[in-house]
Design a binder for this molecule. Structure first.
Ligand code: ADP
Length: 317
């Protein structure tokens, strides 16, 4: 039974990968999608995970199913459909390792998950349910996400949310703020970037913005990840900052997902994660910063998720 269940985007990333001997551009194909990446991070560390989503009845969907299973992720909740094809994403890398995306999705199978397809047994022993905004951008996946939150809460699971906002890719960017706000009252652990904090709260000050989220939506634990600088966090009235780790970054794809996965894995080791204190969280954030950093030192997202030993080794240096 899965301790961490995630729902949503599941796709294949096509990433430039150097030149062939003849000088032709080569591409790597990697499984991706933020919630799947987070589970891959948890699974790499040894947590029991389950994925809920949809792929097309095509070679890409079959490949994704095999990859998740190969990582030890339970795919009972991964549905296969003839209605649409598996989503494909094309990653554009800049010289400093940053990336932008374009998609083949019209719509892709992953946003066609329906609320009435969800089964309560997928949430049997779930301690954390994780999702991001992609599945909130359109129906039927939006209703499916809300239903999954309710099914998870009925099992006393805690809710983890990473908005992962990519406005240029969404059909109704002006509506995404209200979609995010509709979920926030249910969220126990929120991870945002500095830009997302400002987008959601209208406030660029880390303390003020996170306090507003805490007061308005009752979110106790909020992480603001700051790339190479590390992470600012809030636990109730208290706040903290943990500096990041320096590594040789080649591709930042999935750093935030590695961070989320590492946090969830460490929270699984605590008997009452909802009540964790600021000192405990500072140590967990340090662990997650090391996981995020290590994920940038390798190409791709899922293949770059670090092991427990790699994380502990970086923390000792
Ligand atoms: P996202 O990928 O969601 O935008 P960030 O880029 O902030 O999130 O990355 C998440 C975490 O990964 C950061 O808090 C940091 O710990 C780590 N990280 C990200 N980029 C780097 C980097 N270039 N060097 C070292 N650590 C990084």
């Amino acid at each position: 039974m899965s301790e961490v269940v995630a729902l949503g985007e599941l796709l294949i990333d096509f990433t430039p990968a150097g030149k062939s001997e003849k000088g032709n551009q080569l591409f790597e194909t990697n499984p991706g999608g933020a919630p799947a990446n987070v589970l891959a991070a948890v699974a790499r560390l040894g947590g029991k995970t389950g994925f809920i989503g949809k792929v097309g009845a095509d070679q890409f969907g079959h490949f994704l199913q095999e990859v998740l299973q190969g990582l030890g992720i339970d795919t009972s909740g991964l549905l296969v459909t003839n209605e649409a094809q598996t989503t494909l994403a094309f990653v554009h890398l800049t010289a400093d390792g940053d990336r932008s995306f374009s998609f083949y999705r019209d719509p892709g199978a992953d946003v066609l998950l329906c609320a009435d397809e969800l089964r309560a047994e997928w949430f049997g022993h779930t301690r954390f349910f994780h999702f991001s905004s992609n599945s909130l951008t359109a129906e039927p996946a939006r209703s499916a996400t809300h239903k999954a939150i309710q099914l998870a809460k009925a099992q006393k699971a805690l809710i983890s949310f990473d908005p992962n906002i990519r406005l240029p890719l969404w059909k109704e960017p002006h509506r995404i703020k209200e979609q995010i706000e509709a979920c926030l009252p249910h969220v126990d652990f929120l991870k945002v970037s500095r830009e997302e904090l400002e987008f959601v709260t209208g406030c660029s000050d880390l303390s003020e913005g996170t306090l507003w989220l805490h007061d308005k939506f009752g979110i106790r634990v909020i992480f603001v990840t700051l790339g190479v600088e590390g992470c600012y966090f809030r636990v109730g009235e208290q706040t903290g900052m943990q500096a990041g780790y320096t590594v040789k970054t080649v591709d930042t794809t999935g750093a935030g997902d590695a961070f989320c996965g590492a946090v969830l894995y460490r929270l699984l080791q605590i008997s009452d994660p909802a009540a964790c204190e600021v000192e405990q969280l500072a140590e967990i954030v340090d662990f997650a910063n090391a996981a995020g950093a290590l994920s940038t030192a390798k190409m791709g997202a899922i293949p770059a998720m670090p092991t427990f030993a790699q994380i502990e080794q970086l923390r000792k240096t």
